[in-house]
Design a binder for this molecule. Structure first.
Ligand code: 3PG
Ligand code: MG
Length: 400
């Protein structure tokens, strides 16, 4: 796949000012970065650039400040984490992106090999509007453009798309890693391929399911969205989360899967509780006998067996979304069991496993196997859109 893209080694970096689009949109609590994975993934690219006596100028959005300068969303608060993770001093330059004079001066004065973070690109409304004037102002700050922000590549913004057309541009090493892994997961995977899709709602994943049934050999559906499919097949789901108005959609997806020879694997048993609360009492039911007053909050042991069996038959697993209410014990059990099984099959050399999406990554971390899969994407929305088969503007702009 990456033969279609310009890569870092194809750019002349020596003594250049490199505008590196990163995704520094990391979780912060009480002024501290709580998960630095996205920053860690930037390290190889930053090292490579610095090695060429070039200057690294990091561009990123942070949160959704809606086109206005808002201290709550200042990127200054992630600079110390960038310095810690990269082991490199990091300078910060404030700008409202209307006037980039100070940024220009700071970049000019920084010695070769410096790393600078510029203020949140979304402090200017032109970022999300992909305003060509803003993209030009950004381009005026550097010599070359490198994009390592796969997780923001579904946005056609000035710093992710417009800018790529104005300077010599390439995918950074993190972007290249994401694209290679995703290609292995769904582009040209080793068959059979099983997709595991979970999460609360069918409504947010209709396009995803429609695309997957034409591409994969088995589709495991779990989480709240499985209830809608069970309901569509005539099962009672009690007080469980269920989008009853999407029953027709669910049936259409099942028909499409049938025609495409994709096996849909739904839960056959469920962990039911009467309160949406951690450690509330539970009972196991077959899906044909759900208590009308109860809520399905996790898949049961027979479902786990069934899913693990499908994983055993697969050469590739692609995963988005937990199969139960994993953030509450004991409803994490199904997701944890499957995560451990995917990790073991991967470790034993039987499986290529690719996972992505915010909840999925937290669930894998919770199961203690985040580093045990073939690849874990740092992307949420971008991973989903990519799985839906949609072109990502930030990736398209880097194509040769
Ligand atoms: C993300 O966290 O998913 C990316 O940084 C994109 O952020 P956005 O959804 O605000 O565009
Ligand atoms: Mg998002």
């Amino acid at each position: 796949m990456t033969e279609h893209f310009k890569t870092l080694d194809e750019l002349d970096l020596s003594n250049k000012v490199v505008l590196l689009r990163a995704d520094l949109n990391v979780p912060v609590a009480d002024g501290k970065v709580t998960d630095a994975t996205r920053i860690e993934r930037l390290v190889p690219t930053i090292r490579e650039i610095v090695k060429h006596d070039a200057k690294v100028v990091l561009l990123s959005h942070f949160g959704r400040p809606k086109g206005k300068v808002d201290p709550e969303f200042s990127l200054e608060q992630v600079c110390s984490a960038v310095a810690d993770v990269t082991g490199h001093p990091v300078g910060f330059v404030a700008t409202d992106w209307t006037d980039v004079g100070a940024a220009k001066q700071a970049i000019a004065e920084a010695p070769a090999g410096s790393v600078l973070v510029l203020e949140n690109t979304r402090f200017h409304a032109g970022e999300e509007a992909n305003d060509p004037e803003l993209a030009k102002r950004m381009a005026s700050l550097g010599d070359v453009y490198v994009n390592d922000a796969f997780s923001a590549a579904h946005r056609a913004h000035a710093s992710t798309e417009g800018l790529a057309h104005l300077l010599p541009a390439a995918a950074g090493l993190a972007m290249e890693g994401e694209l290679d892994a995703l290609e292995k997961g769904l582009g040209k995977p080793k068959k059979p391929v099983v997709a595991i899709v979970g999460g609360a709602k069918v409504s947010s994943k209709i396009d995803l399911l429609e695309n997957l049934v034409t591409k994969v050999d088995g589709l495991v559906i779990g989480g709240g969205m499985a209830n809608t499919f069970l309901f569509a097949q005539g099962y009672g789901v009690g007080k469980s989360l269920c989008e009853k108005d999407l029953a027709d959609t669910a049936r259409r997806i099942m028909d499409k899967a049938d025609k495409a020879n994709c096996a849909i694997i739904l839960p056959v048993d469920a962990v039911v509780s009467w309160h949406f609360k951690a450690k509330s009492p539970t009972r196991l039911y077959g899906v044909d006998a759900i208590d009308p007053d109860g809520m399905i909050l996790d898949i049961g042991p027979q479902s786990i067996e069934r899913i693990n069996g499908a994983i055993d038959d697969a050469h590739t697993v692609i995963w988005n979304g937990p199969v139960g209410a994993f953030e509450m014990e004991p409803f994490d059990a199904g997701t944890v069991a499957i995560a451990k099984h995917v990790a073991k099959r991967t470790h034993d050399g039987h499986l290529v496993s690719v996972a992505g999406g915010g909840d999925t990554v937290s669930a894998l971390a919770h199961a203690g196997v985040k580093d045990a899969l073939t690849y874990v994407s740092t992307a949420g929305g971008a991973f989903l859109e990519w799985m839906e088969g949609k072109p990502l503007p930030g990736v398209e702009a880097l194509k040769k």
